[in-house]
Design a protein around this ligand. Structure first.
Ligand code: NAI
Length: 413
């Protein structure tokens, strides 16, 4: 059991935030403004004993994709309150172990969605004008001035598969250019603007001049665009994939481009991507002039980095100062109001029957009045938040920490 008593305004500046991998300064600014001034930054990822030492006193840790927060690293970080992944993915963190230790992990799943939408919009125009081929010819010293296979996007149909944060934004932007927008999603979605839901994936593929993929990586989306789906696309149409590399069968796409059934494609994500910037890239698509290849940079803009810095810092601050775990990826979610004039007790426990009853009995026996209580659980842990009169708070914390199955408890004044 770990007892933590933090967040009087005096304590905030004693809490340490350690940010690795050159996280954008917007995160540092946000933390400082919220009173968390004890911040240590590292330009790169650390590993082994260097990482463990750097995290020895950390209450908050920020990583991007390269810092591996393994079970061993997390267990060593005995002061840790929360982890922020200043990126989309969270594979670099042992999420189960973090949950088991009572540490919520936050990320920034949607901060870069506008960046992806803008790139896709540009790709739609470039593909429909045949610009990739023309550009390649000029780079090789050729000159082909022709309007053949070159179209305005106005009046053409964009088919969006996966009408989520990115898909909806692209739909809105494409309508501004005069495109007709149709979409397909496994969930019922509110159409924005004049977008129209299609009755099936096949109906969308039959209709669209450009098909753009914006689905997550799931068993259902793995190879969801294969030979049959490409054959169902209109002759001369285009495919854009800036979602995940597993969604498109690259060999089938190669064949569809070879036969000129498709007139072009823009691919930002690949089944196997190089590990780093010095690694080589190989794809059967490299030989096509009419394919725009980009190195998984759909969401990579400076604006997105700023947004990610502020978004994840805001989640850490909110958990640190208020206890809310909204959008934590490994933890029961609780969205909490302010607690002015009261103390707030945060109790994280193993999710076994009877803990809440114990908590309430103990507080009641101690004559501590509960002003408000919030509870959420997942398969591993339960998270109960109790607001009490400030005068009773230290006694309440002591009672709470003695409850069996407690993982950790914390108090916010
Ligand atoms: P989101 O979660 O907001 O939207 C995904 C949508 O796909 C949801 O509406 C969902 O219901 C739908 N969906 C799920 N399974 C489906 C299926 N089998 N068929 C049809 N629809 C299905 O996600 P968001 O933020 O729009 O991201 C979409 C994709 O873009 C993700 O794969 C994400 O990883 C990727 N992405 C790529 C980036 C890049 O740099 N290229 C940057 C950011 C996101």
């Amino acid at each position: 059991m770990i007892q933590q008593s933090i967040n009087s305004s005096a304590a905030k500046n004693q809490l340490q935030a350690v940010l690795f991998e050159g996280i954008h300064p917007s995160a540092v600014e946000a933390l400082q403004q919220a009173g968390y001034t004890r911040i240590v930054t590292y330009a790169k990822a650390l590993s082994g004993s260097e990482l463990r030492d750097a995290m020895a006193e950390a209450h908050f840790v920020g990583v991007r994709s390269r810092t591996q927060l393994t079970s061993e690293v997390l267990q060593h970080a005995t002061h840790l309150v929360a982890v922020g992944c200043f990126c989309i993915g969270t594979n670099q963190v042992d999420l189960r172990e973090a949950m088991r230790l009572g540490i919520p992990v936050f990320n920034a799943p949607f901060s870069n969605t506008r960046s992806v939408a803008e790139l896709v919009l540009a790709q739609i125009i470039m593909l429909m004008r045949g610009i990739p081929e023309k550009n390649a010819i000029l780079h090789r010293g050729g000159w082909v001035k022709s309007a053949a296979d070159s179209y305005e996007v106005r009046g053409k149909t964009l088919g969006i598969i996966g009408y989520g944060h990115i898909g909806t934004q692209i739909g809105v932007l494409a309508e501004q250019l005069g495109m007709r927008v149709v979409f397909s999603d496994i969930e019922a979605k509110l159409p924005l603007g004049n977008a129209q839901p299609m009755s099936s994936l096949e109906a969308l593929l039959n209709t669209a001049d450009v098909v753009s993929l914006h689905v997550p990586e799931t068993p259902e989306t793995t190879l969801m665009i294969g030979a049959a789906q490409l054959a169902a696309m209109k002759p001369g149409s285009h495919l854009i994939n800036a979602s995940r590399g597993s969604v498109v069968d690259i060999d089938a796409l190669t064949a569809a481009l070879e036969s000129r059934h498709l007139h072009g494609a823009a691919i930002d994500v690949f089944p196997v991507e190089p590990q780093g910037n010095d690694s080589a890239f190989a794809s059967p698509l490299s030989r096509f002039d009419n394919v725009i290849l980009t190195p998984h940079i759909g969401g990579s803009t400076l604006e997105a980095q700023v947004n990610i810095g502020t978004e994840v810092a805001a989640k850490l601050i909110r958990y640190g100062s208020n206890g809310s775990t909204t959008s934590a990826v490994n933890f029961p979610e609780v969205a909490l109001p302010g607690h002015a004039g009261r103390s707030r007790l945060l109790h994280i426990h193993h999710n076994v029957p009877g803990v809440l009853a114990q908590v309430n009995e103990l507080l009641s026996a101690a004559g501590i009045n509960i002003a408000a209580q919030y509870l959420s659980t997942n398969e591993g842990v339960g998270y109960v938040v109790i607001d009490v009169d400030s005068a009773a708070s230290q006694s309440a914390l002591d009672q709470l920490c003695g409850v069996s199955h407690t993982i950790r408890c914390r108090i916010l004044y």
